[in-house]
Write a protein that binds this ligand. Structure first.
Ligand SMILES: NC(=O)c1ccc[n+]([C@@H]2O[C@H](COP(=O)([O-])OP(=O)(O)OC[C@H]3O[C@@H](n4cnc5c(N)ncnc54)[C@H](O)[C@@H]3O)[C@@H](O)[C@H]2O)c1
Length: 444
């Protein structure tokens, strides 16, 4: 009963399952063209994601529908470097309000450090802009409530750019589940593997601090929890979790501020030579004198307060349960997910990177095994480009408004909230050593 104000399954299925999404940016007035036919587009937070996903490719492919009017970052050197990398000619700013007052955007992209998303989402909504934000939407329940309240007060809907949903392989999984081939899903086993390159990278940067990225429970797992909410067409209800820091942070035998200044370069298996990456030298090393943001920070810094080994059990509104794990120091990268249904099991093994040969045709293996029946292999068409083709599909849907079936509508704040809240509940469960109900956290 306690969950009822939050988990109204019928409403949720409408949104997450995609039956009705009339208020998403797609197909709503929120994305109406300006008289000149081009949106006035601004970005806050101009690091790698802004430059690489929401900067240069946007200028190259969507200039007929968008005009860059301003980009902003507190680091004046980084915003100048990003301007060059994006190849745009708009003015740069170090103050968000000044940018807004000067160039009056109507579409805002939020790509800052996670902890600051909510501040700019709320400001953007209160100024009447259409707002898109990178994941995670927020890092704690207070920020979550602030975003949901700002939407209500402004009668607007944001878009949370969950690119993973838009990879063809993930859409195939969704469509198998929708087809009812395995029937009602009873339970799920989901393990995500971050390897010693990608996983370690989170420990080099601000992500290593809970008050910046909310821990990997939020920063990274929000992707996985969003996929699961969408795949199941259900809400998380309760989370019980455990986690520890086993490899990075205080576990190191030596440390420095960053790899360039380190005396243990030869001994450290996580040594990273940023000099080999000209883009990162420009975007991070040049500007670091302004904010001490080391892109090659030491993975063993003692202030690291997040986890690298995480396990959770999540209970959903449709009665299914999921056992989930996320490990950030694995020898290979990818995931396994299996849905146990009343009529069979759907299994996925995704290979992203591993120290052995995997033929292209086996990069994502998907099988459906029917109870009392046979197993079939599901053919998967791999998408091109970033995140299994998800990045391009998502951008086209946002900016070209490519037609999409209901279950492929753009993710909204509810999706952003439910996925973050799963991680926030997991973090709380670890800290408070108890199961945490999602309904304790926010009022929808
Ligand atoms: N969807 C995906 O697959 C994906 C991939 C990578 C990153 N991301 C998300 O994109 C966002 C940016 O990630 P990134 O890798 O570019 O990080 P980054 O560290 O390269 O960039 C973050 C930027 O935010 C700026 N910043 C710091 N404090 C700020 C403040 N108070 N106000 C405004 N800006 C501030 C920093 O100067 C920096 O330029 C993150 O939220 C991350 O989760 C998403």
């Amino acid at each position: 009963m306690a969950d009822q104000h939050l988990v109204n399954r019928r409403d949720f299925v409408k949104t997450a399952g995609g039956a009705v999404a009339a208020t998403s940016l797609l197909g709503s007035d929120a994305f109406a063209q300006t008289p000149a036919g081009r949106r006035r587009y601004a970005i806050i937070g101009t690091g790698d994601r802004a430059s690489g996903m929401w900067g240069r490719p946007i200028r190259e492919r969507y200039s007929d529908v968008l005009e860059f009017v301003g980009i902003c970052d507190p680091n004046s050197k980084r915003v100048a470097a990003a301007k060059e990398l994006m190849g745009v000619s708009c003015p740069t700013f170090t103050n968000f309000d000044e940018m807004c007052n000067t160039v009056k955007p109507d579409l805002l992209m939020v790509t800052t450090v996670d902890a600051f998303h909510s501040e700019y989402i709320v400001k953007g909504l209160d100024r009447g802009y259409d707002v898109m934000t990178e994941k995670p939407m927020v890092i704690d329940e207070k920020q979550c409530q602030a975003v949901l309240d700002a939407e209500k007060r402004n009668k607007k809907k944001i878009v949370v750019t969950f690119n993973y949903r838009f990879a063809p392989k993930h859409r195939t999984v969704k469509e198998i589940l929708m087809s009812n081939e395995i029937g009602r899903v009873v339970s799920v086993d989901f393990s995500w593997y971050l390897d010693v390159y990608h996983g370690a990278d989170y420990f080099r940067r601000w992500h290593r601090l809970k008050n910046r990225g909310g821990s990997l429970w939020v920063h990274k797992a929000t992707h996985h929890f969003d996929l699961m909410n969408w795949w199941l067409g259900a809400d998380p209800v309760e989370v019980q979790a455990d986690a520890s820091l086993q490899i990075y942070g205080k576990n190191g035998k030596f440390r420095a501020a960053n790899c360039r200044q380190c005396n243990y370069k030869k001994d450290c298996r996580f040594y990273y030579d940023i000099n080999t990456n000209p883009t990162r030298m420009k975007l991070y090393v040049g500007p670091e004198t302004e904010d001490n943001y080391y892109r090659d920070g030491c993975v063993f810094r003692e202030d690291c307060d997040i986890y690298d080994s995480m396990q959770a059990v999540v209970r959903y509104s449709n009665g299914a349960t999921m056992s989930y794990s996320l490990n950030a120091a694995m020898p290979f990268e990818g995931y396994r997910v299996a849905f146990n249904g009343e009529f069979g099991r759907l299994e996925v093994r995704d290979h992203e990177r591993q120290p052995w040969e995997v033929p292209e045709s086996d990069a994502t293996e998907v099988y459906v095994t029917k109870s009392f029946g046979l197993r079939r292999r599901v053919p998967i068409v791999q998408g091109e480009g970033g995140h299994g083709g998800g990045d391009d599909n998502l951008r086209d849907q946002i900016f070209r408004r490519t037609p999409a079936p209901d279950h492929m509508r753009l993710p909204d704040s509810r999706a952003g909230a439910m996925s973050c809240l799963t991680g926030i509940a997991a973090r709380k469960s670890v800290e408070e050593k108890r199961p945490v109900k999602i309904s304790e956290l926010v009022k929808l």
